[in-house]
Design a protein around this ligand. Structure first.
Ligand SMILES: Nc1ncnc2c1ncn2[C@@H]1O[C@H](COP(=O)(O)OP(=O)(O)OP(=O)(O)O)[C@@H](O)[C@H]1O
Length: 275
């Protein structure tokens, strides 16, 4: 996917102010940013669900503004919640959506992948919020999409369901599916994404791997340790050198830790929020 100079203007308000993005096939890419930053607007333009004001956009080789049904069938879109089929059971709903695609995944397999096998016969409307969200995910992947858009996919999931969902995303990526995800959970971005971009006020302020975003990997480290004189901490760009000095002549500094900014701290710095 290639995006160049993407802009979306609303009367009196620029929601997306000219962003560039390149996402490779098979990549898991996370879009991070505070409420109102422009993530959903961007994603909806890429999905072909919203018109852009200007900029060049290519998704699976086509312009989402003009691409047709055949293109759409190659996408998997996890909507914020498809409640229209709530009277149907989980299995009926998934089978129903499968019929829209030429080469769908097996419905039972997808239900199992999202961890709803025990609820396959239950009506969608009887499910909990997190279970419904899993149905949304099932519907997003039933058509064997080449590219999946996930807008805050794990909101409302319990911790075990999130871990299970992460495994599912990893297995899709392993099969070569491209994934574009928005999330407010930094641990989710760190666990899943090959690359992340931070968007704030309609602009991308940083982009990179979760490990290196915003200079994280080489940021000043805080080294903490203790000795007979008490606890110490020192900030340094050269933690290994400091530790070599501390452990000279065979001493072993106790309670030794090296802390570099977490993804969350880096993110909060980037969006200009005080830690
Ligand atoms: N139809 C619209 N008309 C006018 N302004 C809009 C419209 N849709 C979105 N906006 C504005 O565009 C900006 C970006 O919104 P968007 O939904 O893309 O943010 P977001 O990053 O997805 O936020 P969140 O994390 O809350 O989902 C916001 O300031 C929003 O108020």
């Amino acid at each position: 996917m290639e995006v160049r100079g993407l802009r979306k203007e609303y009367p009196g308000h620029t929601a997306v102010g000219g962003i560039d993005l390149d996402i490779e096939q098979g990549e898991v890419f996370a879009l991070l940013g505070p409420n109102g930053a422009g993530k959903t607007t961007t994603v909806e333009i890429l999905e072909g669900h919203r018109e852009r004001t200007s900029g060049d956009v290519r998704v699976l080789g086509e312009d989402p503004g003009t691409a047709g049904r055949a293109w759409r069938a190659r996408l998997g879109i996890v909507l914020q919640t498809a409640n229209d089929a709530a009277e149907l059971t989980v299995a009926e709903t998934v089978r129903h959506y499968a019929r829209y695609y030429q080469n769908p995944r097996d419905a039972e397999e997808v239900i199992e992948k999202v961890g709803l096998t025990e609820k396959a016969g239950a009506r969608v409307k009887s499910l909990s919020g997190g279970q419904r969200r899993r149905v949304d995910v099932a519907l997003g992947i039933i058509g064997r999409p080449e590219l999946v858009f996930l807008d805050e996919p794990t909101t409302g999931f319990d911790p075990a369901a999130r871990r299970q969902f992460w495994d599912l995303i990893r297995s899709l990526a392993h099969e070569g599916t491209t994934i574009l995800l928005t999330t407010h959970y930094l641990d989710e971005a760190e666990a899943l994404a090959d690359r992340v971009a931070v968007i704030t006020r309609g602009a991308i302020v940083a982009e990179g791997t979760p490990q290196t975003l915003g200079g994280r990997a080489t940021a000043e480290a805080t080294v903490r340790w203790a000795d007979e004189r008490g606890s110490h901490q020192e900030r340094t760009h050269f933690p290994a050198k400091l530790i070599r000095e501390l452990s000279a002549d065979g001493r072993e500094p106790s309670e030794l830790t090296v802390h570099r900014p977490t993804l969350e701290e880096t993110y909060l710095d980037l969006i200009g929020e005080a830690r």
